[in-house]
Every structure is written in C-alpha cells, then in structure tokens.
Design a protein around this ligand. Structure first.
Ligand SMILES: Cc1cc2nc3c(=O)[nH]c(=O)nc-3n(C[C@H](O)[C@H](O)[C@H](O)COP(=O)(O)OP(=O)(O)OC[C@H]3O[C@@H](n4cnc5c(N)ncnc54)[C@H](O)[C@@H]3O)c2cc1C
Length: 556
C-alpha cells in the first residue's frame, strides 16, 4: 500500500493521511540494523508485521484503546470483591496482534538443545517490538514484562514447569481463569511501593513462609504496591521482605486451589499518557506466592527481568521517535508555504534532518544493544550489555520527548490536535525514561560498572576506539570520555555527561561505519564536533539534508 497523494481543492493544502503503510518496508535504517545485528532471518516476518502495525485498522484500534481507557471494577452489585479491570475490545485486538506474533515470549520460544538462545532471537524480537510500539505503545507494557520475566521463571524449576509452556505460547488468552484452564499467560511486576520505588530496600511488604519455606515453596505476602501495571496479568514478580531479607516471589491471580488470590486493586492511576494500559495501586492480604531464588536474593533474582525491560524501554522510545518524525516529514513534503513545500525550506530541512539523525542514532544503539543480549557467551558482548544497557536506556529515552515535541511542531497546529496522533506519542514518551530505572538511576548504574566491573568499560572503550578509526571527532569524543574518567572525585557529578558522551560516541561509531557517508558526516558534525547546541536544526549547514531525508522516508 502507498501513502495517499494529496488532493487539491477542498483539501486546502493539508497533507494526506499517513495510513496503511508498511512500517518496516518504509524504514531503511531499521532494515539495515536488523541485518547488521544478526536478525536477517526475520525479514519476511518483519515485512508482514510491518504491514499490520502500519495498517489503518491498527491505527483505529490504537485510537479507540486510548480514547476508552480501562476501568476498575472492585466489587460486584452485591458487594463481593471482583478486583478486575475491564478493557475496550480494541485493547484486546492489540494484545492479540502482538501476542500472536510472539512478542511476549519471542526471544525464548526456540531455545536450542543447550537451552541457549537462537541466534538473532533478541534482535528479531526487538524489530517486531519496534513496530508494535509504533502501532500502540500502551499494550506493550504487559508484553515487555512477560518476555522479561521468562528468564527469571526459567531459573526456578518449581514454577517453570507449570508456567513456561503457557508463557511461551504465541497467543493471547484474556480470560480471568486459573492457569491450568488457560491457553496462554502474561506476567506483570510489582516492585514500587509508596515509600520507595528506586530504593527497593525500603520495601515494607512482608512475606512469611506458608510451610517450610525456601525456593519454590509457598509464602503469604502482605503489603501494598504503589504502582503495579497490567493487573489483569496472570501472575506478578514481586519483591517482599522475607525473614531472610528482600526476596522475589511469583504471585499469581489464583491460588493453587483455584480460588481468587487476595490482591485488592485499590485504584487505577490517572496517567499523563500510556492510557490504554492499566496501572494499579494494589494491596496484598496474605496473598499466596512462591519464592523464586533464595530468601534475601530478591534484587539479584529479578535483575535479569529489569535488564530486559530496559532494553524494551529504549526500543520503544526509538520507535515513538521514528513514528513522530515520519509523520513530520510526510507532512512537510506535502504542505506548501510561500510557494514551496515545507521540506524545501532550508530551516525546516535542517530541523527535519536533525530529527532524522536522532532517530538514526537511537535505532543504531538499540539494535546494537539487542545483539549483545543474543551473544550471552561472548565476553565482549557481555561487557556491552552490562555498560550500554543503562547508557542506551538513558539517552534514547531522554531524547524521545524533545524529538517528538519538535516533530509535533513541524505539523504546526495540526500537530497539537489529538486526531493526528502526535499528542499521544508526546504524552507517552516520558514514561520510558521514568520506569525501569529513571535517568539518574541509569547514571548510578554506570558508576557501579566503573567501580565493580571496570573491565566492562575498558572493553567497550576498546571497541569504540577501534571503530572510531582515524575520525578526528570520534577520537576527540573518546578522549573527552577518558578525561572525565580521570577525575574520580567529580565522576558522580559528571555521570550524566559520561552517559551522554558514551551514547553519542557509540552511535557515531556505528553510523560512521554502517550508514551512508552523508548521515555519518552530519551526525558527527552536529553532535560530536564540540559546538554547543540546545535545540534541533543546527550544525547541518554543510550537510546534504535532502539525502538524509530521502533515506528516512523515500519520497516515492
Ligand atoms: C505509568 C507507570 C507505570 C508503572 N508501572 C509499574 C509496575 O508495573 N511495577 C512497578 O514496580 N513499578 C511501576 N512503576 C513505577 C516506576 O518504576 C517508579 O515510579 C520508578 O522506578 C521511580 O520510583 P519512584 O516513583 O518511587 O521515584 P523515586 O525512587 O523517589 O525517584 C524520584 C527521582 O529521584 C531520582 N533518584 C532516585 N534515587 C536517586 C539517587 N540516589 N541519586 C539521584 N537521583 C535519584 C530518580 O531518578 C527519580 O528521578 C510505574 C510507573 C509509571 C509512571
């Protein structure tokens, strides 16, 4: 399908709807990243899913799921507890679309004989997730959490046997039923409490053994979670204080005897964005749960889940940016001002090209990161994953809001109006930066790498030095990073600068090596040449903006 050409007359110089487009086929940077990072086997699948994700039908379901947010039903008409959330049918359509594609389990579906990942599995899944996030971001929350919980559950044989077969089935079963009666299942997570989200050590939720205690045995959990999204998931990984310290539990919606577990949904959050998704406040009243890992090892047990969700936050942010910038460029090609298309106005061409460069960088970084999740046995990949997960999550999620804001402005007043879809993207963007470890938390995580795993930093810097070759600006950027590291007294104050430097340098190296020269030159000139800048549309006076824009959205 094609983008509809503008019609004259009563369309009054308005651009045509960007509907029924194949989000994968349109995206050259995405296609190249998938191929480069090892996901080329997924080409046909991505083309197929790109068609669905960009369809007018998907777009309508996305609108409806957000215009009709979920509703909490705490009690029935006779006052009995229900604790269920009702969703618009369009939410279920979106969940089916992504679950049928295996997005909630795709990386784990085809483990080979040694229980290791299929080559390219995470890159392939990141590709489909990139498309699903452009389709509609809210429903991606339970999809992400389920995928990320699987490696934690896989390491707990007592629960894996019952849960894994249903978690890894590419289906969506919306019914509120005990696990044994469902065809497929989803997982959420409950870490954050009122007195502390980042600092989970402050968690006060208590767990006592309901028997002997120990890994794989039942406990009773009592307390609250201030944020627990997607409460209609079938189970949640939660942190609670057991006698041996903060511990990780699988807390299902139903007890083993098939009675409804005592999760009391108190409220749904009234959120800035992410409105199709439900985020609850919940009390646990001696709720049945099973201990995963050892008592006192809660953070160590759940950390693998958090690492995977951080990858998805970055992929989703890159996707939101891509969607917004595509819409801006499409509009600017068709809207005429002073007798020329907007895109032909030099100031606008610089703004658009600058936004495209940000999307190029974000795309390069997230797929490079996804590859490091695929190569678990490779020490260099492990170093990249350890250091560049917080770096990539930090930078990509942080730039999403300003990029989408600027893209919105390219559409003028239309950008600010709900029907065009830009406000939804804009409202969605900040959440990826807040949840799963906010900006400062990512910075502190990198400082932890410097202190405890300095060899990971050295490995990544070696890789970047090699990739920088004799590019003067890239070499200078690396030198600035090394200078920062020589001042340990100041490093905490400079942590954000360090993360930004690492992200931009890494993106610059990837783009320099793999994107067309015009893109590499422009990216490095505008971001790494040392000229200060705070808004978009600067530093590209020597760049071939036309070529950059043509690559971002082929005019034909
Ligand atoms: C829409 C939405 C859905 C959510 N869903 C879930 C869910 O399903 N499950 C769940 O467990 N949580 C969920 N959360 C909660 C989210 O993960 C937390 O809000 C987040 O981790 C931050 O915790 P907090 O709100 O307690 O803020 P705080 O921990 O109080 O942090 C406040 C600010 O301080 C900064 N900060 C914290 N520590 C430091 C430090 N040492 N130095 C410098 N700065 C610091 C943080 O970066 C942040 O900017 C959700 C949040 C939102 C918005």
């Amino acid at each position: 399908m094609a983008i509809m050409p503008p019609t004259s007359g009563d369309d009054a110089n308005q651009s045509a709807a960007l509907a029924d487009v194949n989000l994968f086929a349109l995206d050259i940077a995405l296609q190249e990243a998938i191929k480069r990072e090892g996901g080329q086997a997924a080409q046909a699948r991505l083309i197929r899913f790109g068609e669905l994700a960009g369809s007018a039908e998907a777009s309508e379901h996305s609108r409806l799921a957000n215009d009709h947010p979920p509703r909490l039903r705490t009690h029935d008409d006779k006052g009995r507890r229900l604790d269920i959330v009702e969703f618009h049918p369009s939410w279920h359509w979106l969940m089916s679309a992504s679950a049928d594609e295996g997005l909630h389990c795709g990386a784990w579906q085809h483990l080979d004989g040694e229980n290791s990942l299929r080559s390219g599995a995470n890159v392939e899944r990141a590709g489909t997730f990139f498309l699903a996030s452009q389709m509609e971001a809210g429903h991606c929350c339970p999809i992400t959490m389920t995928n990320a919980a699987i490696p934690v559950i896989r390491d707990a044989p007592a629960v894996a046997e019952a849960w894994l077969p249903r978690l890894t089935r590419p289906q969506y079963d919306r019914r509120f039923l005990p696990l044994a009666r469902k065809t497929a299942a989803m997982i959420g997570m409950g870490l954050t409490e009122r007195q502390g989200g980042t600092d989970v050590r402050a968690n006060t939720t208590q767990a006592v053994a309901d028997g002997e205690g120990g890994p794989g045995t039942p406990y009773l959990v009592t307390g609250h979670k201030w944020f627990m999204s997607a409460p209609m998931c079938d189970a949640f990984l939660v942190l609670a204080q057991a006698p041996g310290g903060l511990s990780c539990f699988l807390l299902p919606r139903f007890r083993p005897d098939d009675t409804v577990n005592s999760l009391r949904l108190q409220r749904l959050k009234d959120k800035l964005g992410n409105r199709s998704n439900a985020s609850s406040e919940v009390d646990f009243e001696a709720a049945h749960a099973v201990l995963l890992g050892e008592e006192g090892r809660g953070v160590a047990t759940i950390i693998e889940m958090v690492t995977h969700t951080r990858l998805d936050c970055a992929v989703a942010s890159a996707a939101l940016m891509r969607r917004a910038v595509t819409a801006a460029l499409h509009h600017a090609r068709q809207r005429q001002v002073y007798g020329r298309p907007l895109v032909a106005q030099p100031v606008m061409a610089c703004v658009l090209a600058d936004l495209v460069l940000e999307v190029e960088a974000a795309t390069a970084l997230v797929f490079r990161l996804a590859r490091s999740f695929d190569r678990v046995a490779d020490a260099r990949a492990a170093a990249w994953r350890r250091l560049m997960t917080p770096v990539t999550k930090y930078w990509v999620c942080k730039v999403a809001s300003p990029v989408i804001g600027e893209a919105m402005e390219c559409l003028g007043g239309n950008g600010y109006v709900e029907e065009g879809g830009m406000p939804r993207l804009y409202r969605e963007a900040p959440v990826n930066s807040i949840w799963e470890g906010s900006g400062n938390v990512m910075a502190l995580d990198v400082l932890r790498v410097l202190e405890k795993e300095p060899e990971a930093l050295e490995t990544v810097l070696d890789d970047l030095s090699l990739a920088a070759g004799d590019d003067t600006h890239l070499k200078a950027a690396l030198e600035r990073i090394r200078t920062m590291l020589h001042e340990p007294r100041l490093i905490e104050m400079r942590a954000r600068a360090l993360l930004e430097g690492l992200a931009l340098t890494a993106a610059g190296c990837i783009i320099r090596a793999h994107a067309p020269q015009v893109v590499g030159d422009a990216f490095i000139a505008a971001r790494l040449s040392g000229v200060p800048r705070f808004t978009y549309g600067q530093g590209l006076e020597w760049s071939d903006t036309k070529a950059i824009l043509e690559r971002a959205l082929p005019a034909a």
